[in-house]
Design a protein around this ligand. Sequence first.
Ligand SMILES: Nc1ncnc2c1ncn2[C@@H]1O[C@H](COP(=O)(O)OP(=O)(O)O)[C@@H](O)[C@H]1O
Ligand SMILES: [Mg+2]
Length: 353
Amino acid sequence: MPEPLLELHGVSVHFRRGRTLLRAVEEVSFCLELGDVLCLVGESGSGKTTLGRVAAGLLRPTSGSVRYRGQDVWHLPANAFRSFRRAVQIVHQDPYASLNPIRTVEDTLVAPLLHHRIARNRVDAVERAARLLELVDLVPPEQFLPKYPHQLSGGQRQRVSIARALTVGPELIVADEATSMVDVSIRVSLLHTLRRLREELGVAFLFITHDLAMAKYFAWQGRIAVLYLGRVVELGPTPSVIGHPLHPYTQALLAAIPEPDPDLTRQKAKLLLRSLDIPSLANLPSGCPFHPRCLHFVAGLCDVERPLLDAVDGQRAVACHIVQQERTGSDALQSRREAPTSGNDERLSLERG
Ligand SMILES: Nc1ncnc2c1ncn2[C@@H]1O[C@H](COP(=O)(O)OP(=O)(O)O)[C@@H](O)[C@H]1O
Ligand SMILES: [Mg+2]
């Protein structure tokens, strides 16, 4: 068996803010093979960007390991670390912030091609830049090469960012909300391009989004990891997570999708939450971090013991006492279960300002 492309094992990231410790990511593990798609879904502040930066080697985790082709990246010699950094490229949410405003598209793409000696000379580099523009559907390329970022639409700028990520021939692309700043109409065609790149180039994707509908569209052949307050609460193949969500939080996320997607709407049995407030990372609830918001909360269990991410079957895992006990058929649970509080009509909003 060849080593997996990228493996995060028990990764935690803690930030210090003055005297408080923010547990942005706690004990996250996942594995990506070449060509895999893993979608990280969660509300803002759930640790998605932090995990993306860890996966790309931009941030060293407080504890846990990141392995690239079997090697711990934080113990690699400098040149091997550089190869790893090249192999994993990030496409950010805001292409305005990540593209240099005084560089033309040509310069933006040619610079890394020359810097990394991928192109033999300037002529070769421009030729390669043009092919990359075609790959991201900016055609004809001659029309786009001389343009500056401000002369492009948001969607076109994002395509240039993607082309730039492709200059170094990455094996994994971390797409961090890469489609969330463009109009809905353009979003679908951008997603289509990303999907085609995945299929044609065999690049693996860590696709980060707060929007389960995007995850469904992009990662149908892949897996979804649902993050809540820095922890993975549910992980599994996309069709089963979307079609049969197990964790109450995943169910709430699905219910919150505003898009009139018929498949998803069917799941929307108007799921409610006990509370709309997301607890602070600096002061996490005891037991299950979701218990203050969970309709199925069982006192004496959920507020006391932290549920582990346990395998449900060969492919799925969930961190929820209720799901785990129901699966093992505990009767005791039924008698302890609270009736859902009624009249609390708060719904989950995924995107906070
Ligand atoms: N460099 C940093 N220093 C301090 N806190 C940070 C830093 N980066 C992120 N955080 C905090 O970590 C938490 C997770 O952030 P982030 O990974 O950006 O979440 P998401 O991308 O899901 O919105 C947030 O509370 C955020 O404020
Ligand atoms: Mg983010």
